[in-house]
Ligand binder design. Structure first.
Ligand code: C2E
Ligand code: MG
Ligand code: MG
Length: 660
């Protein structure tokens, strides 16, 4: 509608300008015509006056009574018309009767009296201001195509005596003026035309620019600017239509959602232009892989969606998604660097998975979530049950966010004991979430979710500060161990947080131990090792937690000088029953000893396990045998009592066996 109005406005502007141009042209022509006429009239009058003045001067100079004769004298008449362009004249008396006329050829004089010429005392003069001039074309003889008739009243002091009508030849003047005015009119026309041309160009250009801008706005409202693909809005609209079509034809429709894994890391590490190139690369790949009638869109910063319609069998979608996943995981050169831009793909198929576009899209997203949760770089199709798992996870995420703001976390402490002296040498801080509805939630449940959502960063900082505060208040200078997540190193300011926690609590850095896992070193950049070195320089100890559960590459152990290695409880649990595991534990302890690193065995539950570990040369132990994680208050009590822990075998602890 608005387009119509703007078109109408432009059209009217153009039309009015054309009218104005034509009007100005007419005015120009009229003006030049009237200027030409005025010029001819002026010319005719001045020529006639000059001539009449001369005529009367001659007549006046003649003796009284001879004037008539003069006028009758053909020679005089010829002389009178010889040196001017007056080619004929008439003389009228004061009663306007023709007294004398040169006539066309025969000097046909009348006998009428011409009083003025008889008076001896009379001096004639011409009433110049009272002349009237008329312009004529073609006198009928073919001799004068343009001429002027000028009526010149003749007066004396006594009053009006008569008048002379002079006919002035103007053919030449008219022609030269016509030529000049033609040039002027032509130039004016050309200038107007030029002005019109420029104006029209500007108007048309503006109209075209506006139309293009409107077209672009319309395009962008339904498309993504970077890739040129349709956007989420267009995709949603298309999906509704495609779903209706597929219901009518009895065919299948697959909705595929594609998310680039760790897109933020690509942007952070290689810059946003590389991120843009990745998105364009994926766009091209999608375009070249879809069939006619399929629909590809960019529905989020690093998310794409496909609608694969007219499928005869659902398996076709599976084949397509598998091929696409493989194509997308091939290495690609971006900005001179070869990278693998892994993607996670989720898909749902109508009518089986959903009959409504919104639900179909939600189910494809659930499948995508599953693919992401499985580590990414894979694809998943929607399955019943994903829905409830998703809802549970989403609720948990909401609760966790709330927990950060409303102080629902607590720290429990588990003692770590020196195996030689059996004295407590420190405590490990273990987080507990006291959920207002569900009670105490184990970190094993919520820490992975907190890591995925990066909520572990504020949670981890809280743990760090709280543990330092608690330990600073203990009556004995025991060590406190704090577990770290690799995610906490991402923002790059972790060392500052540690310094801050030590400063505000006043805890000596030598009493703080940070536990990291192998996964931190696996995915680490040089920055992580630098951070760890800075922490060690502060005097903080670094422990390798859960050793043996990850890749257990010796290169990780050698990549950083750890202060302690903690043998995972799964080894401790099985070592009495499994000779192979026993061999591994023996190896780890021997390696620790040769590196001069303290070795703590986790999950020590039985006296037998303690004896085995002692016999193998393990330096420290931690486990239910020495105490379960306890509240901060209980921990303070235990430290203050200065009691030596009496190992107490758990009633449900497995029996030990096997040889050392
Ligand atoms: P972890 O660091 O290896 O901590 C030891 C886990 O083993 C604790 O589980 C502890 O209660 C349990 N444990 C200790 N002795 C025994 C035993 O004799 N038998 C058995 N079966 N288990 C024993 P918890 O407290 O559930 O913590 C689980 C994991 O959660 C921790 O493993 C740690 O990786 C993580 N975690 C705990 N607190 C934090 C935290 O503040 N930050 C981070 N990032 N992770 C934490
Ligand atoms: Mg730990
Ligand atoms: Mg551990």
């Amino acid at each position: 509608m608005s387009k119509f109005f703007s078109f109408r406005r432009d059209f009217l502007a153009l039309l009015s300008f054309i009218m104005l141009g034509i009007g100005m042209l007419c005015v120009g022509v009229l003006a030049s015509t009237s200027m030409k006429e005025a010029q001819l009239m002026r010319d005719g009058r001045s020529e006639a006056m000059r001539w009449a003045d001369e005529l009367l001067r001659i007549v006046d100079a003649a003796p009284v009574g001879a004037q008539q004769a003069f006028l009758n004298d053909e020679f005089f008449v010829r002389r009178a018309t010889m040196f001017s362009r007056v080619f004929a004249f008439d003389v009228f008396d004061k009663d306007k009767r023709l007294f004398y006329s040169t006539g066309p050829a025969d000097w046909n004089l009348t006998e009428l009296s011409f009083d003025i010429l008889k008076s001896p005392v009379t001096r004639y003069h011409l009433a110049q201001g009272e002349t009237t001039t008329k312009l004529h074309t073609d006198d009928g003889t073919g001799n004068h195509s343009h001429y002027a008739s000028v009526v010149i009243p003749v007066k004396s002091v006594n009053g009006y005596l008569g008048s002379i009508v002079a006919f002035v030849e103007q053919s030449e003047q008219a022609q030269s003026l016509a030529t000049s005015f033609k040039v002027i009119a032509g130039m004016t026309g050309a200038m107007l035309l030029l002005a019109f041309g420029i104006f029209s160009y500007i108007v048309l250009r503006k109209t075209r620019d506006r139309a293009e801008a409107e077209e672009r706005v319309r395009f962008l409202s339904g498309h993504d600017e970077l890739t040129g693909l349709p956007n989420r809005k267009s995709f949603d609209e298309h999906l509704v239509k495609a779903l209706t079509d597929c219901t009518e034809t009895g065919q299948y429709l697959a909705t595929v959602v594609i998310d680039v894994d760790r897109f933020k890391d690509i942007n952070d590490a290689m810059g946003h232009s590389a991120g843009d190139s990745v998105l364009r690369y994926i766009t091209e790949l999608l375009k070249s892989n879809i069939r006619d009638g399929d629909f590809a869109a960019r529905i989020g910063s690093d998310q794409f969606a496909l609608a694969l319609s007219s499928l005869k069998r659902p398996e076709q979608a599976a084949v397509y998604v598998a091929t696409l996943s493989e194509a997308l995981s091939a290495p690609v050169w971006i900005n001179g660097e070869q990278i693998v831009c892994a993607v996670s793909i989720g898909a749902a198929i109508a009518p089986g998975d959903a009959e409504d576009a919104t639900v179909l899209m939600r189910h494809a997203n659930l499948a995508l979530g599953r693919a992401k949760a499985d580590g990414g770089n894979t694809f998943k199709f929607f399955e019943q049950g994903m829905d409830t798992a998703f809802i549970r996870r989403r609720d948990c995420e909401i609760d966790l966010r709330r927990a950060i703001d409303s102080d629902q976390f607590e720290l429990h402490y588990q003692p770590q004991v020196d195996l030689t002296s059996e004295a407590i040498c420190g405590y490990e801080a273990l987080i507990r979430w006291v959920h207002p509805r569900d009670g105490v939630v184990s970190p094993g449940y919520f820490i992975p979710l907190a890591e995925e959502t990066e909520m572990i960063i504020p949670i981890g900082n809280w743990v760090l500060h709280q543990a330092c505060r608690d330990a600073a208040a203990w009556s004995r200078p025991l060590k406190v161990s704090v577990n770290l997540s690799p995610v906490q190193f991402k923002p790059g300011d972790f060392v500052d947080h540690v310094k801050n926690a030590l400063d505000t609590s006043g805890l000596d850095p030598s009493r703080l131990e940070l536990e990291i896992t192998e996964s931190l070193l696996i995915s680490s950049t040089g920055q992580v090792v630098e951070d760890l070195e800075q922490l060690r320089d502060l005097g903080v100890s670094i422990a390798m937690d859960d050793f043996g559960t990850g890749y257990s590459s010796l290169s990780y152990i050698s990549s950083f000088p750890f202060n302690k290695i903690k043998i995972d409880k799964s080894f401790v649990r099985s070592m009495g029953r499994d000779n192979a595991i026993m061999g591994i534990v023996r190896c780890i302890i021997a390696m620790g000893r040769s590196l001069g690193v303290a070795i703590t065995a986790e999950g020590v539950e039985t006296l037998e396990q303690r004896e085995i570990l002692k016999a193998l040369g393990c330096t420290q132990a931690q486990g239910f045998l020495y105490g379960r994680p306890m509240s901060g208050a209980k921990c303070v009590e235990q430290i203050s009592s200065q009691q030596r822990i009496v190992p107490e075998q758990a009633s449900d602890a497995p029996a030990a066996g096997g040889a050392v």
